[in-house]
Design a protein around this ligand. Structure first.
Ligand code: KIV
Ligand code: ZN
Length: 385
């Protein structure tokens, strides 16, 4: 399964984010090491930074480097002059975009798309064509557009759900129609936005419908509610659909955190796959299960995606967690001590929000009658390392 990463282009369009040249080069190299097949490094006609990023990454990466272009000569020329391996030409195809944005007829859109593919090919680069707002385009027209660009020599097309309005069943059906409308050697990507929180589901549905590539961004960073998240899509392809990519799964968490740092955007703890809580357990029943066999409450081993398991003590903890934590800290978990710590957790945890090893140690000291040592402000939650 082909993985096309657009963190440096669609991700960089995230409102409030301004990546500099060095930031983009650093992220580009992270993505290359991660093993993605294509890196969309920018929109060279739109900025000098993007032009230089495309140039530098094209010279230094293993992945194929892509530059975005509208269907105009100036944009295509900028991508070619930056040395990209692939020019990604796009034009909107939905009636609302034709009427209010492009002010073009359907005929003109088809002509322009065909011209752009022919022009880019004449400049000796691989061409990827996207019908922007594909999922809101009248289907017979959309198929006509794709057939026309393929007829002009394009071997790689993308189906964007630009506003994130597709449903998984709608996406699967649409991709199947496009798949049936073009020759089997045409590569098809899906590019899903997350406006209704369905970007990952829609991407997987697109694969189910016959696409053979996914367009994603790290952490799902991107316009509005963002894009399909690379780490979610790649992990789901591997663990749920049994499909392989070239992405190094064990590097997913590290890359996610580095990209979050460079974008200056914090990740919520409950972020799937890479979040701090993705493999954290507090509730008594869950911790008991996980301590017996992690697969009871973990859908995949955290280390497989470079994350780690955490057992968190709090109001919801049960005996097993407390016994486990006490042993880990070197104390004998007698029945009385465990009861004492459990009562402290119920009383203190809701106020303190986070229970640290120091707090537990001080409750142990209280119980032993050696007096409270007070709490040091150790930031560590109790977790497995
Ligand atoms: O969401 C979109 O339609 C895009 C295109 C440029 C592919 O990002
Ligand atoms: Zn997009």
């Amino acid at each position: 399964m082909r993985v096309f990463d657009t963190t440096l282009r669609d991700g960089d369009q995230m409102p409030g984010v301004e990546l500099g040249l060095e930031d983009k080069i650093y992220i580009g190299h992270l993505l290359d090491d991660l093993g993605v097949d294509y890196i969309e490094a920018g929109f060279p006609a739109s900025s000098e930074i993007d032009f230089r990023v495309v140039r530098i990454l094209s010279e230094t990466s293993r992945a194929r480097i892509v530059g975005l272009a509208r269907c105009v000569a100036r944009d295509i020329d900028a991508v070619v002059e930056a040395g990209a391996h692939v020019v990604h030409v796009f034009i909107a195809t939905s009636d609302i975009h034709l009427k209010y944005k492009l002010r073009m007829s359907r005929e003109e859109v088809v002509e322009r798309a065909v011209w752009a593919v022919e022009y880019a090919r004449s400049r000796g680069v691989e061409v990827l064509f996207s019908a922007e707002d594909a999922t809101r385009t009248e289907e017979s027209f959309l198929l006509r557009v794709y057939r026309s660009v393929v007829g002009a020599g394009c071997r790689y097309i993308n189906i964007p759900d630009t506003l994130g309005t597709a449903t998984p069943w709608g996406m699967a059906r649409l991709v199947r129609s496009v798949r049936d409308a073009v020759p089997p050697w045409v590569m098809i990507d899906v590019h899903c936005h997350n406006d209704f929180g369905m970007a990952t589901a829609n991407t997987l549905a697109g694969i189910y419908g016959g696409a053979d590539g996914v367009q994603v961004t790290v952490n799902g960073f991107g316009e509005r509610a963002g894009n399909a998240a690379l780490e979610e899509v790649v992990a789901a392809l591997h663990f749920l659909m049994g499909m392989e990519t070239r992405v190094r799964l064990d590097k997913l968490t590290l890359v996610s955190r580095k990209v979050s740092e460079y974008f200056g955007v914090k990740l919520p703890p409950n972020k799937p796959i890479v979040g701090a809580n993705a493999f954290a357990h507090e509730a008594g029943i869950h911790v008991h299960g996980v301590l017996q066999n992690p697969a009871t409450y973990e859908p995949l081993p955290p280390e497989a995606v470079g994350n780690r398991r955490r057992i968190v003590l709090g109001r919801h903890s049960g005996r097993h967690a407390v016994e486990w934590a006490l042993k880990k800290m070197g104390y004998e978990p007698s029945r009385g001590l465990v009861d004492y710590i459990l009562s402290k957790l119920k009383e203190v945890a809701p106020r303190m929000k986070k229970v640290t090893e120091d707090m537990v140690a001080s409750w142990v000291a209280e119980y032993m009658g050696t007096g409270s040592r007070g709490y040091r402000s150790a930031p560590c939650a109790i977790d497995t390392r």
